[in-house]
Design a protein around this ligand. Structure first.
Ligand SMILES: [Zn+2]
Length: 464
């Protein structure tokens, strides 16, 4: 049965409570290590080695969400980077399912509703975070839901949230915040520093700085000049804003808030036009996050968003989209090298597809996918196209200039999300439950079973 939990109390556990809970969790985990067969090697992925037997106690889980990363994004990135017969790290994950992404009020979801489904196990209405489908966007709150991250924190797990977008953006926010309007990012920033997270890395620093707008915007009143970085420090966070600052951390910090850009982090495009990168890459953040969260064998939950895949898709920038998806895949590869499949569940999925990317025509392997295909009538067709978005008109702002955009069939300023199903990949402890066609709420069920140390039985019935 697909469960969701209405929050009884939003009080964060005290650090003493959490410390005690962690000791208990660590003791259970050590017991599990003692009882379970030895880990079956640390090979990144592959076949039966990745389907480890279950331990009896809470395990760790990592959820990667490629925002907008529909099936064609994976295929195009594979072909562009490794050739048609090549392999992404995603291709080597041993378990797969198809995930249905619709929101409670329509066939095409926004990121808030889909992230809420995965974080809280309940479908909700578009543009709403962490609340049930009785919410009315920007009008009134719905039933408050408890996210898997907050539930895991209550159980003593360490919690990390990492994104290449603003940390207050819809996908990461669904794991620690509630709002009937995803755009109230100032309010979401305030919820972030009050949340029982151990690690929060990404962009969006402007919502934490004392720079209120002249008129109300993003849930931010002109009278609100509070410095939320100072407020975060007062709550035990160590705040870092640069890559050297992140690298200089010594290891004793309780809570780490990394805000590496005022807005989203820069694209990881390899284009010559891109300025030297000051912010950490997704790979650098994942290395840091896993090494931090897994110390002393306390179980942890890490949520990772490749947030800019979606943005490149909205813009119809195919080359940037491939770079972002490849960077996301590289980060999955880093996680596979560092995680133990005997104790850790790794899930990789997307919240929806963006723009309706298609790869069509019959180019040879040598010709590749970046050009056009000439049909029998001699008419040339671009191989990569989008269903919706600005098409070729966005070249001036694109990292690769005119080489970046691809045409759209339905022209408009912004590529919309599409309602197609997306892939769900699984690896490690409990990943054998990843099969069939599932609702996106099954992600919550899988994570919940893992952190509770019990078998997962994702509800196979669609439409719930
Ligand atoms: Zn989007």
């Amino acid at each position: 049965m697909l469960g969701s939990a209405a929050i009884m109390s939003t009080d964060a556990p005290t650090s003493l409570d959490r410390g005690a809970a962690r000791l208990v969790a660590a003791a259970f985990l050590l017991l599990a290590f003692a009882c379970a067969p030895a880990p079956q090697g640390s090979s990144p992925a592959g076949g039966s080695a990745a389907a480890a037997p279950r331990a009896a106690a809470a395990g760790s889980a990592v959820l990667f969400i490629g925002d907008g990363m529909g099936p064609a994004y994976v295929t195009v990135t594979r072909v562009a980077r490794h050739g048609s017969a090549g392999h992404l790290h995603l291709d080597d994950l041993p378990y797969t399912a198809i995930l249905r992404t619709h929101s409670s009020d329509g066939p095409v979801t926004d990121s808030a509703a889909s992230a809420t489904a995965m974080a809280c196990g309940r479908k909700t209405v578009n543009w709403v975070l962490g609340e049930g489908p009785d919410a009315v966007y920007r009008r009134h709150d719905g039933t408050r839901l408890e996210s898997i991250a907050l539930e895991a924190a209550r159980r003593g797990l360490r919690i990390g949230v990492v994104t290449t977008a603003r940390v207050t953006h819809a996908t990461p926010a669904a794991f620690y915040a509630v709002s009937d309007d995803r755009d109230r990012e100032r309010d979401i920033a305030r919820q972030a520093i009050a949340a029982p997270l151990d690690l929060l890395l990404g962009g969006g620093r402007r919502f934490f700085l004392p720079r209120p707008p002249k008129t109300e915007r993003d849930g931010w009143l002109p009278s609100d000049g509070e410095d939320l970085e100072d407020a975060a420090r007062a709550r035990g966070w160590t705040v870092v804003t640069t890559l050297p600052g992140l690298r200089a951390l010594r290891g004793g910090e309780e809570k780490i808030l990394g805000l590496f850009d005022d807005d989203h982090l820069p694209y990881e495009a390899r284009a010559p036009s891109m300025p030297p990168r000051a912010a950490p890459t997704l790979v650098e953040m994942i290395r840091f996050a896993i090494d931090r969260l897994r110390r002393d064998r306390t179980p942890f939950l890490l949520v990772v968003e490749g947030g800019r895949i979606d943005h490149a898709g909205h813009e119809n920038w195919a080359r940037t989209l491939v770079d972002e998806t490849a960077a996301f895949d590289d980060a999955v590869g880093v996680a596979l090298q560092r995680l133990d499949p005997a104790t850790t569940l790794l899930l990789v999925t997307a919240d929806h597809e963006t723009g309706g990317l298609a790869m069509s025509g019959y180019p040879s392997e040598q010709e590749g996918i970046w050009g056009s295909y000439r049909d029998e009538q001699g008419v040339s067709h671009p191989i990569l196209t989008f269903a919706r978005g600005p098409g070729l008109s966005g070249a001036a702002r694109a990292p690769y200039g005119k080489d970046d955009p691809r045409p759209s069939a339905s022209h408009g300023p912004d590529g919309a999300h599409t309602g197609v199903d997306v892939p769900l990949y699984g690896w490690g402890h409990g990943a054998d439950q990843v099969h069939g066609t599932l609702e996106n709420t099954a992600v919550y069920e899988l994570l919940r079973a893992q952190i509770e140390g019990r078998p997962a039985v994702p509800d196979p019935r669609p439409g719930s």
